[in-house]
Design a protein. Structure first.
Lengths: 112, 113
């Protein structure tokens, strides 16, 4: 049972480059979300989705895009990377009626 | 807007000790509260989930309580072991639903043999 799978685990970008962080879950969860974790600031919600075709913004959405074309996948796109986007990114999913979150292992992004 | 605070930021105890981790939140109309464990360089693992209608949940040596009126949750770890060493985070879901979790910054626990 794979759970929540994130790729890549590590990535280094130059300022202005774009990239996509991939997230897939095999638990048939309706809800998926992206968080970023920064030292001293805890995890902050970037975007979330309550089902295929439905997305919404979280606390820190600027500079990021998401889409949800299938139940399983929820990619996070960085449009034009900035050093402030250096962080560890976590994807999470949950079954709607419990709300218990399951996290991926994280993607560590460095923007130079 | 929900705010979540965890004190202390770090805690060091000898093996076998019972301990309590604290979590405070500002909005008593909380949807649910979750406790997570995070090992260095790893993702978060859900430990306990307390729905707004519940007062506590138990799993093995772990017990979490929720007091909405005082804006507090506690995680009790009985008979601590070196394997319990990790960062423990609590997260409260805003009253609009479970979708938006607000995380505390965590308590880093070290259990010495």
């Amino acid at each position: 049972n794979a759970g929540v799978t994130q790729t890549p685990k590590f990535q280094v970008l130059k300022t202005g480059q774009s990239m996509t962080l991939q997230c897939a879950q095999d638990m048939n969860h309706e809800y998926m979300s992206w968080y970023r974790q920064d030292p001293g600031m805890g995890l902050r919600l970037i975007h979330y989705s309550v089902g295929a075709g439905i997305t919404d913004q979280g606390e820190v959405p600027n500079g990021y895009n998401v889409s949800r074309s299938t139940t399983e996948d929820f990619p996070l796109r960085l449009l034009s990377a900035a050093p402030s986007q250096t962080s560890v990114y976590f994807c999470a999913s949950s079954f709607r009626f419990t709300g218990e979150l399951f996290f991926g292992e994280g993607s560590r992004l460095t923007v130079l | 807007k929900q705010e979540v605070t965890q004190i202390p930021a770090a805690l060091s105890v000898p093996e076998g000790e019972n301990l309590v981790l604290n979590c405070s939140f500002t909005d008593s109309a909380i949807y649910n509260l979750q406790w997570f464990r995070q090992d260095p360089g790893k993702g978060l693992t859900s430990l306990l989930l307390i729905q707004s209608s519940q007062r506590e949940q138990t799993s093995g040596r772990l017990n979490a309580s929720l007091d909405k009126s005082s804006g507090r949750s506690t995680l009790y770890i009985a008979a601590s072991q070196p394997g319990d060493s990790a960062t423990y985070l609590c997260a409260g879901a805003e009253n609009t639903g479970f979708q938006k979790l607000v995380f505390g910054t965590g308590t880093r626990l070290l259990v010495s043999p």
